[in-house]
Design a protein around this ligand. Structure first.
Ligand code: HEM
Length: 450
């Protein structure tokens, strides 16, 4: 027997033994179709990997971090035994960077890992939006996902204050002023966020939320998200076919690829690449700790949140935008995303069949990008209405023209071919959906029509 035969047989035997003794087939995630061997189908898994890394690196940081605004006797860039004037939260962060072995790498990967998790989550969200994965039967997966997005952004918000730098302190206060400005909810949330009104009270609440409450909420929501994914299986490719089958049967499962080990290895491979790239970036560009809260030299420090809140931060700079209006607009956006599966009622998942929703999300994407860059370049500078209209108006207008152009072209060519096929099928397909009483049968291929 050749070595490779022996090697493969031995591996198969070991794997068979593990599978049998763990009853893995019963509990492993559902098998998935072969077309899912593409990274774009596993964007959510990459977010989950990023979350997992945040939990591990955060647990290690907890060994050293002190959530206190008081001064400290621990070494904080000063000779041992000298009382530092800097708050303990900042000092312990300084200590992690400068004195803990690999501490700078650990902290930088945790920070960049947060950015990556949020970025990947947006990729996951936008992909799902464009490809209509929120349509039946996956409406609840989408809604739980929206809650995951809110909690993940909350993790970013609460974590930002923890190093206790002047810049993060100022930005956190802007966020809190916005939250407290909400009618009814604001005064109710006040004591919850601010505790006794001292800086220590605020830091303690943020710390509690960041390391306990929000991670627990995130883990619970992720469990529900994956359980829903398990019960529906992965969303099939987007199509213009209103009769597309979007559920899998047990018979389908038998023909699909087992999750363990094949899909698990596939996603793990990408996950390991993610961790490698994260370490590479953190090693090349380690994070620099800005100065601490209360340092007089930083009295004029710019107030700036992390990049994912810059758009909102800039929005408040617009002339006439009050905290209530800013929070109101954010709430409307969240409600739109949450209830999207019930707003977009078309049965077709392909982007070309949903021009209004595609125009809206593409314009919003442009809006967020422009606002983020604007917020980063001119933080805190008030903007007059004319400049707002000149800068943001073209985004919505150009998108409307481009989307309308594509849709017009599509209706002329694609729908004509669809009508040809419908003629062959005797009324099974109509642009408005299946004809009443139509019986599905074998579909002859027409070039360019799925
Ligand atoms: C912390 C954030 C999130 C995590 C860790 C996460 C994780 C996952 C995972 C592991 C899957 C399985 C398929 C895949 O890997 O893509 C999935 C699917 C899904 N997610 Fe998320 N997700 C998150 C946020 C969101 C958000 C913000 C939305 C939308 C608002 C969303 C909507 C969905 C939907 C509809 C599916 C089913 C898609 C399909 O079957 O192809 N998720 N998610």
């Amino acid at each position: 027997m050749s070595f490779s035969n022996w090697y493969n047989r031995t591996l198969n035997q070991i794997w068979g033994f593990v599978e049998d003794r763990t009853a893995m087939k019963k509990w492993a995630l559902r098998p998935q179709p072969e077309f899912t061997f593409k990274p774009s189908y596993w964007t959510g898994a990459f977010v989950a990997v990023a979350f997992f890394y945040q939990v591990v690196s955060g647990a290690l940081l907890l060994l050293y971090y002190q959530p206190s605004t008081g001064s400290t006797l621990t070494a904080c860039g000063q000779p041992l035994g000298t009382q530092s004037v800097a708050p303990a939260a900042w000092c312990s962060t300084y200590y992690i960077i400068h004195s803990v072995p690999m501490g700078s790498l650990l902290l930088s990967t945790h920070l960049y890992g947060a950015y990556a998790m949020i970025f990947l989550m947006f990729v996951h969200f936008y992909r799902g939006y464009y490809l209509g994965v929120y349509k039946a039967p996956r409406e609840f997966s989408w809604m739980v996902g929206t809650l995951l997005m809110i909690v993940t952004l909350g993790m970013g918000f609460t974590g930002y204050l923890l190093p206790y730098t002047q810049i993060s302190y100022n930005a956190t206060n802007v966020g809190i002023v916005l939250a407290l400005g909400l009618p009814t909810l604001g005064p109710l949330a006040g004591p919850l966020i601010l505790a006794d009104g001292t800086s220590q009270g605020l830091l303690s609440r943020m710390f509690d939320a960041h390391v306990l409450l929000l991670p627990l909420a995130l883990a619970a929501l992720l469990y529900a998200h994956i359980a829903l994914f398990e019960s529906h299986g992965i969303a099939p490719q987007a199509t213009s076919d209103p009769l597309q089958r979007r559920r899998y049967t047990e018979k389908d499962d038998k023909q699909h690829i087992p999750f363990v080990p094949h899909i698990l290895w596939y996603t793990l491979k990408w996950g390991l690449l993610y961790v490698g790239v994260l370490f590479g970036i953190a090693a090349l560009w380690p994070w620099n700790l800005p100065t601490y809260v209360g340092n007089l030299a930083a009295a004029n420090a710019v107030t700036e949140p992390d990049w994912y809140f810059l758009w909102l931060f800039k929005f408040v700079d617009f002339y006439g935008v009050t905290p209530v209006l800013a929070v109101g607009v954010t709430t409307v956006l969240i409600l739109f995303v949450l209830f999207l599966p019930f707003l977009d009622r078309s049965k077709r998942t392909h982007p070309r069949d949903r021009p209004f929703f595609i125009w809206l999300i593409t314009s919003l994407l442009g809006f967020f990008i422009v606002m983020t860059v604007w917020g980063g370049e001119t933080p805190g500078v008030q903007i007059l209405p004319l400049l707002v209209a000149e800068t943001l108006g073209p985004i919505f207008a150009v998108n409307a023209v481009v989307t309308a152009g594509f849709y017009w072209r599509y209706r002329r060519t694609y729908l004509r071919r669809l009508a040809e096929r419908e003629a062959q099928l005797g009324g099974l397909y109509t642009p408005a959906g299946p004809a009443p009483g139509a019986v599905p049968r074998a579909v002859p291929e027409v070039k360019g029509v799925e």
